[in-house]
Ligand binder design. Structure first.
Ligand code: ASP
Length: 346
């Protein structure tokens, strides 16, 4: 297999192959390029992201996921199975806000996750506010084999267990540390994202009361935005697929659903390519962002220009990142640093 593109860190930019075009950004401490892309025609290709806001030292894990996705495509010939395998790798790594590392909601206990997939022949499946599973994207893949498009809440959780997925609460020290830090910010009215003015005490909808203030607040508890994971793939036959998985934003009420499982918003795939988004889900929904990027690609814009233009047009007060693969190659863009991986060959 001839490797055409590889992991991109700014530290590695000097070594990128001639077919890549990389533009360094200027927002948010650009250790990672804020816009990147490459021309890779007619060959299997996989791109992953670790969520907008994810730091450069998470890039090796994103690269591992991209390599796994590519290896799966080469072994199975199936772009969707490749995209599922890439996202499973990141769901199993606790630094990411998905699966094992999924965010804990405001009560300090509840973990509710969303995941979705789509293929270029129009197949779509999703789970929303699912609990007690290790790999929500695998459950979304199982939903694809039912007559339905989406399962949500308790029904999604019970479906997962009925299908043989282990009943586990995906809690880990990384997510607990992040919760303590964010809960302290909420109590101090410094949480952002609308929670400084929103009367969350009145809207409290968890079964138990709000938790006490944390006894200790970690200095460094990971990024406060993003870290949702996504994988976009192109098969050797020119088909496309996308998978996305998230624990949602770090401050949410019980039952909150973001962009990830909503058709055309967090992800989209069609004959021109596949798109995965990350960032402030409420705004991504308003922009129907994945479908918007896809439409740019379908109108003839290059994949890199499509993701870059979509990010530039996004309201700058909200974090956003987009990855895509198209007929011409791949593109990555974000308005904050975002770890990602790229693997492709022929
Ligand atoms: N878009 C995700 C959500 O709103 C979170 C993220 O990607 O940061 O659930």
């Amino acid at each position: 297999m001839k490797r055409i593109v590889a992991l991109l860190l700014v530290a590695a930019l000097a070594a990128v192959s001639a077919c890549q075009e990389v533009e360094e950004g200027s927002v948010g401490g650009p250790e990672i390029a804020l816009s990147a892309g490459g021309a890779v025609a007619v060959a299997p290709l996989a791109v992953t992201h670790g969520g907008v806001g994810s730091p450069p030292d998470w890039s090796p894990q994103c690269q591992e996921a991209a390599d796994t996705a590519l290896a799966t495509i080469l072994a199975t010939g199936d772009a969707l199975e490749g995209a599922v395998s890439g996202t499973v790798i990141m769901e199993d790594i606790p630094i990411f806000n998905a699966g094992t590392g999924a965010n804990i909601r405001l009560d300090g206990k509840t973990i509710q996750m969303d995941a979705a997939l789509m293929t270029s022949d129009g197949e779509f499946a999703a789970v929303a506010v699912i609990e007690r599973v290790r790999n929500p994207i695998r459950v979304a893949r199982a939903v694809l084999d039912t007559p339905h498009r989406m399962l949500a809440g308790d029904g999604a959780t019970r479906f997962a267990h009925a299908m043989g997925f282990a009943d586990v609460v995906p809690v880990c020290p990384e997510a607990e540390a992040k919760f303590r830090k964010r809960w302290q910010q909420v109590l101090e009215g410094k949480a952002g994202g609308g929670y400084d003015t929103f009367d969350w005490r009145r809207a409290w909808n968890f079964p138990g009361p709000p938790p006490d203030a944390p006894a200790t607040v970690p200095e460094n508890a990971g990024p406060e935005t993003g870290d949702t994971v996504g994988t976009v793939t192109r098969g050797g036959d020119g088909t496309f697929a996308v998978t996305l998985s998230t624990g949602g934003t770090s401050i949410t009420l019980d039952g909150r659903v973001g962009d990830v499982p909503i058709y055309g918003c967090g992800s989209y795939a069609g004959p021109y390519g596949a798109v995965a988004c990350t960032g402030h889900g409420e705004e991504i929904i308003r922009q129907m962002l994945a479908r918007t990027v896809y439409n740019l690609m379908a109108s003839g814009m290059s994949t890199q220009n499509a993701v870059t233009e979509a990010v530039a047009s996004f309201p700058p007060e909200w974090s956003v990142g987009v990855i895509a693969v198209g007929r011409d190659g791949w593109g990555v863009a974000a308005n904050m640093q975002m770890a990602y991986g790229v693997a492709g060959g022929e």
